[in-house]
Design a protein. Structure first.
Length: 630
């Protein structure tokens, strides 16, 4: 393949990069990129990947490792690289979540762990609750009595994630009690009477760190395979994740580029490290670059965002936007209602009118809430249905996965593309992507023309058989057959061999079970293949999700419900994480942000800050007349 000269390379799929982005892109040492919402941080990583791959600066025997926090974010980044680079280059871009990466290391090299710290071959992932953590700490205290008071252990255990992230398994520098706690905490996850360990992602992280640090062969081979590493949403890096990164890549030739926005730091409760950028810049001798444009939101929304941004950081610089205001009237307002029916009726009516007036579709809107989306679902669905619209809770659990994560899985995407083509959709892009994926699954190389032609023939034959089968009927027994045939065609063994995250452990089984459950639910509620596909993809549903799940996404209009003391029960005035959460929600909108306050849901005393900031930004408040209730 012919490489492009680095000074001739041009960005792909976008017009231009701002000057600071160009500097950060061409820098061949560790770099941090800090920028506000919509500045194009994820896009920057995709462009940098294209630059390094297309110019040969990342040579054919090496790969780029990109680490994200959420499955859909990892997928989104991989897709952007696929769109911008030929397949033989984008195949060398490995995009994974932190959790998938560390789990994969433990699954592959668990025998390198000391026996007492080694999870069973087949283990389950556990998600310890706050209460379970507290009870573990109190049993430890019971065992070690007054000793827990020494070395500040009692106090340090109040932030478990920070404590665990700062102690390394088998480190000779550990204090006696630190080592005791680490052993106690691990043994509670590893030793079960039935022989099956229940291990949390935090424990997998510490085990992976131990493997890499103590096994020179593994350590060297990771650094050699991935001389270039990207980390997206770096502000959310936990203590343990940072420690893992530095253990693996610090003091090496590896170029690490991290991007993020400290104003969007909303994972401190899950152990995010407050000073991650500063520490990274010091530890990796990284140079900082700031981006100063917003490519997402309209000028009016950017102005409002800046008022909130300043409350988080007084020194934040004003950003410019390259977008226009596409709507007439206000870009943001607060609507106040007395009760939940009035609120839902008003919002449903407004969405239906706006959607029709501006020829938008349901997925241009999103309903964002702080917590418990199910508390908002019923009323809003009821009133939306009166306008022929529907809502989908994207945070809902399907088996052991959430719907949003399930939809971002490679398995699900292959499945739904096959379903779409089986239904007779003529979609050249879907076909090209699918045939590229199937070539990858069957491990064919571009040079082996015979094998390529065979794969293409098999795919065409399968689609034609699928079309015949789907034409027959849409009865449950037939749809079951369609499900089984598609899964058999994908071939789980090939999937395992192709995607390293599925290679070991039970992630594929978990997702397959969730996919089957979701598919069956769709079959049960629909009476045609077209209806099923729309239901599967959520085409006609307005998404409802938590703010945490909305990170990295964007919508024309966001409607933010439940801005009251009950939903924000943990908020204390001036709490920067609360303000950042509010900021993340506001910054998802491209053109319009609506804030809905409902008196019946709670007071607005504790969170008066939010309303004061909106008022300072000139956002008007309207009271919905009681007559709106239907
Ligand atoms: N240089 C650019 N020119 C034009 N559009 C761009 C550019 N960079 C990004 N975009 C577009 O701007 C939007 C935001 O980009 P992106 O998601 O990469 O931003 P981000 O900084 O990662 O956002 P956030 O932190 O808010 O999630 C996307 O629609 C993207 O396609």
């Amino acid at each position: 393949m012919k490489f492009i000269q680095s000074d001739h390379w041009q960005p792909k799929g976008i017009d231009e990069l701002e000057p600071n982005a160009w500097q950060a892109l061409s820098r061949r040492e560790s770099t941090s990129v800090i920028a506000g919402p919509g500045a194009g941080k994820t896009e920057f990583l995709a462009q940098k990947a294209a630059y390094l791959l297309e110019t040969g600066l990342c040579p054919p025997n090496q790969k780029i490792l990109a680490i994200s926090f959420k499955t859909d974010a990892a997928k989104n980044l991989a897709d952007r690289v696929k769109e911008r680079c030929p397949e033989e280059l984008s195949n060398r871009f490995v995009s994974m979540t932190f959790d998938a990466f560390t789990k994969n290391l433990v699954d592959r090299f668990r025998m390198a762990l000391p026996e007492r710290h080694r999870p069973s071959k087949r283990y389950e992932i556990s998600f310890p609750t706050f209460r379970q953590e507290k009870s573990l700490i109190s049993s430890f205290r019971n065992n070690f009595g007054n000793a827990v008071g020494i070395y500040n252990i009692r106090q340090r255990l109040q932030n478990m994630n920070q404590f665990i992230g700062s102690v390394r398994i088998g480190d000779s520098g550990l204090l006696w009690l630190e080592e005791e706690f680490l052993d106690f905490w691990l043994s509670q996850q590893i030793n079960y009477a039935d022989g099956i360990s229940r291990v949390s992602f935090l424990a997998l992280n510490r085990l992976a760190e131990c493997i890499v640090r103590t096994n020179d062969h593994v350590h060297r081979s990771i650094r050699a395979s991935y001389p270039i590493v990207f980390v997206d949403e770096f502000q959310d890096t936990t203590f343990a994740q940072y420690d893992f990164l530095s253990s693996v890549f610090k003091s090496s030739e590896v170029e690490v580029t991290v991007v993020g926005d400290y104003k969007q730091r909303i994972m401190a409760w899950a152990g995010a490290k407050g000073d991650a950028f500063h520490q990274f810049e010091a530890d990796f001798s990284a140079q900082r670059h700031s981006l100063l444009l917003n490519h997402r939101s309209s000028p009016e929304l950017v102005r409002i965002q800046h008022v909130i941004a300043r409350a988080i950081d007084h020194e934040v610089r004003e950003v410019q936007t390259s977008n226009n205001n596409l709507i007439s009237g206000d870009a943001a307002w607060i609507c106040c209602s007395y009760n939940v029916n009035q609120e839902a009726a008003h919002l449903a009516h407004w969405i239906a009118n706006d959607m029709q007036g501006r020829s938008l579709n349901p997925r241009n809107y999103s309903i964002l809430v702080r917590q418990k989306p199910e508390d908002y679902e019923q009323q809003l669905s009821h009133y939306l249905a009166q306008h022929g619209l529907s809502l989908r809770n994207e945070s809902v659990k399907i088996g052991q996965a959430t719907l949003q994560d399930l939809l971002a899985e490679e398995l699900t995407i292959l499945f739904s593309t096959l379903l779409k083509l089986g239904l007779g959709h003529r979609n050249a892009q879907a076909w090209n992507q699918l045939s590229a994926d199937v070539r990858l699954l069957r491990n064919t190389t571009k040079e082996d023309e015979k094998a390529l032609r065979q794969v293409e023939r098999q795919l065409a034959l399968f689609i034609s058989e699928l079309k015949d089968l789907m034409r027959q009927s849409f009865r449950p027994d037939n749809s079951r057959l369609v499900f089984e045939r598609i899964i058999a065609f994908i071939d789980l063994n090939d999937l395992r061999k192709t995607f390293s995250r599925y290679a070991t452990g039970d992630l594929l089984e978990i997702n397959l079970a969730a996919l089957e459950e979701f598919f069956t639910n769709c079959v049960d509620t629909q009476n045609s293949w077209t209806g099923l596909l729309d239901e599967f993809e959520g085409t006609n549903h307005i998404p409802l999700m938590t703010i945490h799940k909305s990170k990295g996404l964007e919508f024309d209009t966001t409607i933010f419900m439940g801005i009251d003391d009950n939903a924000w029960w943990s908020y204390r005035p001036g709490d920067s994480e609360g303000l950042s959460t509010f900021f993340v929600a506001l910054s998802r909108a491209k053109q319009r942000a609506i804030f809905s306050y409902c008196q019946q849901r709670g007071q607005r005393t504790k969170i008066a800050d939010f309303y004061a900031l909106l008022s300072a930004a000139g956002v008007q408040e309207y009271v919905i007349p009681p007559s709106v209730v239907v």
